[in-house]
Ligand binder design. Structure first.
Ligand code: BDP
Length: 592
């Protein structure tokens, strides 16, 4: 799905700002048709933002159910005769949208965009009222999953992942206009032949097919290749490749032509690069690549998961400072602005679906002391698998053209040691490969399914391991941790696949110091990381290290969480802990 753009034939209007807002835990609004008239008893709410922490008090913070958003927008007079589209970059986790009281779309999945053609419902030069009800409930039919209990104190949401269930309109909302015959989709896949760059493109046109022209410009705006027709191959002699640390981008100007008249135009950035797995090496442009960086979260103080350009720029400046070349979008697709930035700056991305928490074995006691099977007719079955298919489809459709994305992660720490898990995941791997044959596919393995027990790893092109030797096991005993870690890695290293350590980390309270390396102290975080690095450096199959986490982040309340998860190398407001300086020394020294 193409992002809205301003081009000679297109115009967009961001609708972010302050919207009318009303929580509706009882679910009255749908019954009483709150969408039919301007929202009453509403307060103001920032968009984009999570609503949870903006309003003081638990009613908003722990809200379960519907939340109503409403705004009005002027449709530019100049859009007469154009196709007019309303697009939400995301609504977490599900939404229904009305325009002047008429339902125009519904979507579930909290981290991907959705849109509707509203041309027939709006009047250029006039105002429209846009209403969205956003629901944050997680069940056995959603990805990620959860359970809602009716308790005497009201409905309570439980979920199986370790980050706060922030909700609301986290990203921009747009009205945009295109011609009525328009470019509906573009796919580019790049290759390298000697010194030539190859760009295979295909363009989907909606409406009466016209002539398609593609002009590829280099970063200086000089035309380097041209093509005609809805698909084809462009050849760029002496191409400047996109590479880690060198986010060189070409721009494909895609135009629909009718003779000399330009009917529609779209600018698709193109980074020419290849990605491949060869034995235990991960290759970018044929060169072995070693990942340094973090698992991150979209999480900033007050605004929760609301996208924020200041934190975007600041976080990636901290990447530069510390020597990180990559990150994983743990545990969901991030705002599209993040990938565009990564493309331009040569930052390597492991792109993850929101499939997190598919592992009830990790949830001792949640089900009234019982442990439920993860994959069964009564728990995660057909509907969950269909929702999982949908998030894979929408992720790849959205992010397929980003050169920064080098690997799809279709799930984080699911149950993976059972036959049921193998049955569940086999078609999902096939789907991801069918949708994008150009990138490797993997999933992130949990410590409970160690080497020898995991049945799903055989399906992946790479091995992604989250391991907490020295934290959740062998706590405060780094010598034993090191021994156990090496014993397990000895096994994985024989699989002839690249291994990326996608999580290792220790909770650390900033400012807590100790002469002995006591857990939670800044000293322990350093020794814990040092031990891990000693281990990684002895295994050529280990091709990457992503510390958990870039920054401290919010979680649901638990006795092992103090004001959230404290495994950040930076605090929530991005101040470095002592380990940040040590990591900087190591990563700047590694080069790539
Ligand atoms: C892993 C999860 C991650 C958690 C982390 C932790 O993938 O989401 O936050 O452990 O416990 O299990 O800190």
């Amino acid at each position: 799905m193409l992002r809205p753009q301003d081009t000679p034939t297109r115009e967009r209007k961001p609708l972010g700002g302050l919207w009318a807002f009303r929580l509706d835990a009882a679910g009255d609004g749908r019954r009483e048709h709150w969408f039919a008239a301007p929202l009453t008893d509403a307060r103001e709410m920032a968009v984009p933002a999570s609503y949870n922490d903006i309003i003081p008090g638990t009613e908003s913070r722990d809200h379960v159910g519907d939340a109503w958003y409403e705004t009005t927008a002027l449709v530019p007079r100049g859009w007469a005769g154009q196709r007019i589209v309303l697009r939400f970059d995301s609504a977490t986790h599900a939404a229904v949208v009305w325009v002047d009281g008429v339902e125009v779309m519904a979507h579930s999945g909290g981290y991907t965009p959705f849109e509707a053609d509203v041309t027939e419902l709006v009047q250029p030069g006039g105002r429209v009222r846009i209403t969205a009800v956003v629901n944050n409930e997680l069940t056995f039919e959603t990805i990620p999953p959860g359970i809602i209990d009716d308790t005497p104190q009201g409905r309570r949401q439980t979920y199986f992942h370790d980050f706060y269930n922030f909700a609301g309109l986290h990203r921009q909302v747009w009205l945009y206009a295109t011609p009525t015959t328009y470019i509906d989709d573009i796919t580019v896949v790049t290759g390298i032949e000697g010194a030539d760059g190859l760009v295979d493109y295909s363009v989907v046109v909606a409406g009466d097919a016209s002539e398609v022209s593609v002009r590829l410009l280099d970063a200086e705006g000089v035309e380097v290749a041209t093509g005609t027709g809805p698909s084809g191959r462009l050849r760029v002699p002496g191409a400047h490749l996109w590479a880690p640390g060198d986010g060189y981008l070409y721009t494909a100007i895609v135009e629909l032509l009718d003779g000399a008249a330009v009917i529609d135009s779209y600018e698709q950035t193109v980074g020419i690069r290849t990605v491949a797995v060869d034995g235990n090496r991960f290759l970018i442009n044929g060169e072995p690549f070693y990942f340094t960086g973090f698992g991150k979260h979209e999480d900033t103080p007050v605004r929760g998961k609301g996208h924020d350009d200041a934190f975007l720029v600041h976080d990636f400046d901290l990447f530069d400072w510390i020597g990180a070349n990559s990150f994983r979008t743990s545990h969901y697709p991030y705002a599209e602005e993040v990938y565009d930035y990564a493309d331009r700056h040569g930052i390597v991305v492991i792109d993850e679906t929101p499939a997190v928490g598919l592992n009830f074995g990790l949830m001792g006691g949640v089900f009234g002391g019982r442990t439920l099977p993860t994959f069964s007719a009564d728990t995660l079955s057909g509907p969950a698998q269909q929702a999982h298919e949908q998030v894979i489809r929408e992720l790849i459709a959205r992010d397929k053209n980003h050169p920064s994305v080098v690997l799809w992660s279709i799930a984080n720490e699911p149950e993976s040691h059972t036959d049921e898990a193998l049955d569940y995941f086999t078609p999902l791997f096939a789907l991801a490969r069918e949708l994008d044959p150009s990138r490797p596919v993997g999933f992130v393995n949990v410590m409970l399914s160690p080497y020898g027990a995991c049945k799903v790893s055989q399906l992946g092109d790479v091995l992604m391991l989250n391991r907490y030797y020295g934290w959740y096991v062998d706590t405060a005993n780094l010598a034993a941790a090191e021994q156990h870690w090496r014993e397990e890695l000895d096994g994985w290293a024989n699989e002839n696949k690249p291994i990326i350590i996608t999580e290792y980390g220790a909770d650390t309270i900033s400012g807590f110091h100790s002469v002995n390396p006591d857990p939670w102290s800044e000293e322990y975080q350093i020794e814990y990381l040092d031990m891990n690095h000693r281990v990684f450096d002895d295994y050529p199959a280990v091709v990457g290290e992503h510390v958990w986490n870039f920054a401290d982040f919010r979680t649901s309340t638990a006795i092992f969480r103090v004001d959230g998860n404290k495994k950040g190398v930076f605090t929530a407001d991005r101040r470095p802990k002592a380990a940040a300086h040590k990591l900087r020394e190591r990563w700047k020294g590694l080069g790539n």
